[in-house]
Design a protein around this ligand. Structure first.
Ligand code: A4P
Ligand code: MG
Length: 210
């Protein structure tokens, strides 16, 4: 059987430890994993921690970014891979939305809707999070979030409180070339690819299995 290749959008967040190094290492490990190709990472953004009580300016700040990739892994196998990489980087789950060394979420898995006890895709909160939308928009000015519309309009509606990573700190932009390796594509080519998430929604109502 020939495996289907599906474009995915992943989101990365870290607010403990060497945040940028951790995200860069995780992206490299994902890019090198079986069933993953063409990983391209956005620049990282510095963001205020969103806790269950709301934004907390006193909590350690996050670095957040997104990456696109092509995968032949089914959704739950992709989640297994991401959770293994989170654990390897010291992720401990205690508080809901608590501080963490690394969080990796699946924002989109092609045009597919998944909803079960382990996985909800599209990610149910992505449309209201500047720390997801802002780096995604930097990667793809034409990005469309399935079920919610254009990312630039969503971001304008909620406001962008994220800031660029300071000079001298590790950012995702430099990593994208290294992590993606020989099979990488540039952000321009990727933009077209990322936009296909939205195209599927427009033409097929966002319910299509890949
Ligand atoms: N799960 C379900 N759907 C998904 C998906 N699409 N991607 C399940 C990944 N995992 C998914 O996640 C809990 C469970 O969600 C997993 O076991 C998986 O089976 P988790 O990573 O253990 O915990 P979490 O991330 O704290 O939970 P949750 O509800 O996914 O949190 P969010 O909504 O992702 O928010 N503030 C800033 N500035 N930046 C951040 O990145 N992140 C969060 C987490 C809160 N505040 C933040 C940030
Ligand atoms: Mg998570």
């Amino acid at each position: 059987m020939i495996a289907q290749v599906v474009p995915v959008l992943l989101a990365f967040g870290a607010n403990l430890g060497d945040r940028g190094d951790t995200i860069a290492a995780a992206q490299r490990e994902i890019a090198e994993s079986r069933g993953i190709n063409d990983l391209v990472a956005s620049p990282l953004r510095e963001t205020i921690a969103l806790t269950q009580a709301g934004p907390d300016p006193d909590a350690p700040r996050y670095l957040n970014g997104v990456a696109t990739a092509q995968t032949t892994l089914p959704p739950h196998e992709l989640l297994d891979l991401l959770q293994r990489i989170e654990s390897k980087h010291g992720r401990v789950r205690d508080l809901i939305w608590g501080d963490r060394t690394l969080d990796i979420d699946i924002i989109l898995y092609g045009g597919r809707v998944v909803k079960d006890e382990r996985l909800t895709v599209p990610h149910p909160r992505a449309h209201e999070r500047d720390f997801v939308l802002s780096p995604w928009l930097a990667l793809d000015p034409h990005a469309v979030l399935m079920g919610h519309g254009r990312v630039d309009a969503l971001l304008e509606r909620i406001g962008d409180t994220t800031t660029p990573v300071g000079a001298g700190e590790v950012g995702g932009g430099a990593l994208s070339t290294g992590a993606a390796g020989a099979g990488s594509v540039g952000a321009d080519a990727l933009g077209a690819r990322v936009s296909t998430f939205g195209a599927r929604e427009t033409s097929e109502g966002g319910q299509r299995d890949e």
